[in-house]
Design a protein around this ligand. Sequence first.
Ligand code: HEC
Length: 118
Amino acid sequence: MRNIIIVIAALMLNSTFVLASDKPLTSPDKVAAGEKLFATNCSTCHGPQGKGDGPAAMAFNPKPRNLQTEPFKGGTEDAKIFATISNGLTGSNMPGFAQLNETDRWNLAFFVKLLRKN
Ligand code: HEC
């Protein structure tokens, strides 16, 4: 009986671990990393706070999204935002950022989520 419990506990620990690696974990490090990446890659169009008011914004129609308030065509779940950042939006001026590594793209997705909450 005791062995069975240990095996089940080990399996649960293992599955928690797998789940955790699928999603970005919340931490000040990730916020700081996401913010920095956003300033470098996104703010020219979306503005420093993601309000869609970057210096290049007026060149686009439709305008870069106000990431704080406007709805997302591609969805607002973590994985959807990650996909939009990775691939861009088809037929749009929102570029894909496949050149950034996966961790960077997750940190950006996480930062975009945070912008929407604030
Ligand atoms: C060249 C300008 C430009 C850059 C740089 C840019 N975007 Fe965008 N982004 C846009 C435009 C334009 C739209 C609106 C597209 C539309 O409505 O078709 C958009 C839309 C979006 C959306 C909403 C997508 C949706 O589902 O509706 C997200 C999220 C987003 N951008 C995130 C980012 C992030 C994060 C970065 C940096 C990694 C970034 N963008 C860099 C121009 C840009």
